[in-house]
Design a protein around this ligand. Structure first.
Ligand code: PXG
Length: 302
């Protein structure tokens, strides 16, 4: 029989089928908690420091005190990957408010729950072209920054899920959410970039986006290539008339957008800049200095 994955729950490892949390946990009752989705490439956890920092910022913003230091959390992530002998993987790190009573009051939840799942995930990034996806503009608007802002990577993803349902119903891959003003915000679980006349732009914080770690790295990559990325308001008009549009995120990596609500972007394939960034990013994720090594340096036999 295949060995089950081992899941970290509050400091102990359980087989997947036995890894459970309480039905009184406010993570499940109210979506009260925070999380991270992280990739492991060739035995190195990509930008782990950034993910841990963002987790603690998300927790701080909802007054959730994580019962571990950042160092302990980092070790727990590495140990979870190690225990499962993974080299290319997806890690889901979750801290929920913990068990309480049936009321909404988080003050009654004394022990946050921490769990970490690591499962195998092959790398798609490589010499081939990125995948081309079709998207619609969701009628569901992104939660504004003065509401349950997506700057908080919280367990409440209904806003994205409603948009994804619209995409499913339209028979396309994903949906782009606009902010409450009507400017482009982001896709359900990825950030968005547009290219027009070789100029690159991406929506800024005011559009209620998650501050994506991939987004950040792509902006830096562009800068290293001498390409300036404008972080500003982007209109739906600019989106549909762009030469290239692409989505970026930990799980999606880089996806080329071929059409927006049926309107072809460029020639409907992969544009030259998207292709170039994809190829460069494929190399970046494999660089040891971009991540935290999971295993001790492997001995080399001479
Ligand atoms: N925006 C949102 C709303 C996200 O949830 C990103 C952007 C990209 O951020 P990173 O830091 O990953 O570059 C995310 C990513 C999935 C999945 O299945 C992804 C996310 C959350 C839940 C599921 O791909 N977060």
């Amino acid at each position: 029989m295949e060995k089950e994955l081992l899941v970290y729950v509050d400091g102990r490892f359980f087989e997947k089928s036995k890894a459970v949390v309480s039905v009184f946990d406010h993570g499940i009752l109210y979506g009260d908690g925070v999380f991270e989705g992280i990739r492991v490439y060739s035995g190195s956890v990509f930008r782990l420091v950034d993910h841990i920092d963002r987790l603690y910022d998300s927790a701080k913003s909802i007054h959730l005190k994580i019962p571990m230091t950042k160092h302990e959390m980092t070790e727990a992530v590495l140990e979870t990957v190690r225990k499962n002998h993974l080299r290319d993987a997806y890690v889901r790190l979750v801290v929920s408010r913990g068990p309480g009573d049936l009321g909404v009051d988080p003050a009654l939840c004394k022990d946050p729950t921490v769990f970490i799942i690591a499962e195998p995930m092959a790398t798609v990034l490589g010499p081939k072209d990125p995948k081309v996806v079709r998207v619609v503009l969701a009628s569901t608007r992104r939660d504004p920054v003065d509401a349950a802002s997506h700057e908080i990577k919280s367990l409440n993803y209904l806003n994205s899920i409603l948009a994804k349902i619209e995409a499913n119903n339209a028979g396309v891959d994903d949906a782009i959410l606009l902010d409450h003003r009507g400017f482009v915000s982001e896709a359900s679980v990825s950030n968005i970039f547009i290219v027009k006349d070789t100029k690159v732009a991406t929506p800024s914080s005011s559009a209620g986006i998650l501050h994506g770690i991939t987004r950040e790295r792509i902006i830096r990559l562009c800068s290293d290539l001498g390409i300036d990325v404008e972080q500003r308001d982007v209109t739906p008009f600019e989106l549909v008339t762009a030469d290239e549009v692409f989505l970026v995120g930990t799980k999606s990596e880089i996806l080329s957008v071929g059409s927006v609500r049926g309107t072809k972007i460029g020639n409907g394939g992969v544009g030259p800049l998207t292709k170039r960034l994809y190829q460069e990013f494929s190399k970046i994720v494999q660089r040891p200095e971009e991540g935290t090594p999971v295993y001790e340096a492997e001995s080399v036999s001479i």
